[in-house]
Design a binder for this molecule. Structure first.
Ligand SMILES: [Zn+2]
Length: 256
């Protein structure tokens, strides 16, 4: 038996009886596990293998078709019950899971990604921070784990540390004071106040246990959300349908 802790990122039915789940583990990255007879599971096994459960898995050594592992036994370590009470939190968690799955498959940094995802789910579940706050922190740290760290030190043109207004470029992750921006600039960028730059610095530079704990003024939030989402999307470089779904739900709940 192979014993491993992991977070369930995705699930689908296999025929009438079985279920296939994708699980993010620190040691092996994302592994595919077949849950036999999923329709008739005990409630404990059922909850330990459901979407977003963090569980201890015992797996058969022998791999099945496509390298999938067969589930022996499983016990839940942590279930994020609070996620279920909000449709937007579930949709956001799905987007994060999808992004993490795309991001870690071919690359290293897996234990950090697992920790980032567990911390993000904790805050979504407990509502310690607004969803947009958790989303932006996740996106910027996930991009950094992929090897794309925005250059947050100073203006590329004049070296200023904290311009009152600046333009952050998505492609190369550098920024310049807004007044240097030339007419007809073709690169993608997000214009933001100094407070947003301070938040980005906090997120990408602080130690993992402190990344969520910062305050941000209301007028600095929208540019942070825009930059974080565009920066991760650009560097992850693949379609994330769950992001579109999350947007739809948020828009449908926003009064017009
Ligand atoms: Zn400058």
């Amino acid at each position: 038996m192979l014993n491993v802790k992991g977070l369930v990122l995705d699930q689908r039915m296999l025929g009438e009886q079985d279920r296939s789940i994708d699980v993010l583990t620190a040691e092996y990255g994302v592994i595919n596990i077949i849950v036999k007879g999923a329709a008739k599971l005990s409630s404990k096994t059922g909850s330990a293998t459901q979407l977003f459960a963090y569980s201890q898995f015992s797996l058969a050594e022998r791999k099945g078709r496509g390298g999938a592992r067969i589930l022996g036994s499983v016990a839940p370590i942590h279930i994020f019950y609070g996620l279920r009470s909000s449709v937007t939190a579930v949709a956001l968690a799905s987007y994060m899971a999808q992004a993490a799955k795309m991001a870690v498959l071919p690359r290293s940094g897996v234990p950090e990604m697992l920790r980032l995802l567990l911390n993000s789910f904790h805050h979504l579940s407990e509502r310690t921070y607004p969803e947009a706050h958790v989303k932006a922190v996740f996106e910027l740290r996930a991009a950094a784990l992929l090897g794309f760290l925005p250059d947050v030190v100073m203006c590329r043109v004049c070296g200023q540390y904290l311009p009152a207004e600046l333009c952050f470029f998505i492609e190369d992750g550098s920024f310049i004071c807004a007044e240097h921006l030339e007419e007809g600039e073709l690169r993608h960028y997000v214009t933001m106040p100094a407070g947003t730059l301070l938040a980005i610095r906090h997120i990408v530079l602080r130690e993992p246990e402190r990344i969520f704990s910062f305050k941000i003024a209301p007028h600095c939030e929208a540019p942070l959300a825009a930059f974080a989402e565009q920066f991760l999307r650009y560097h992850i470089d693949c379609e994330l349908p769950a992001l579109g779904y999350y947007r739809q739900i948020v828009d449908s709940l926003t009064p017009t």
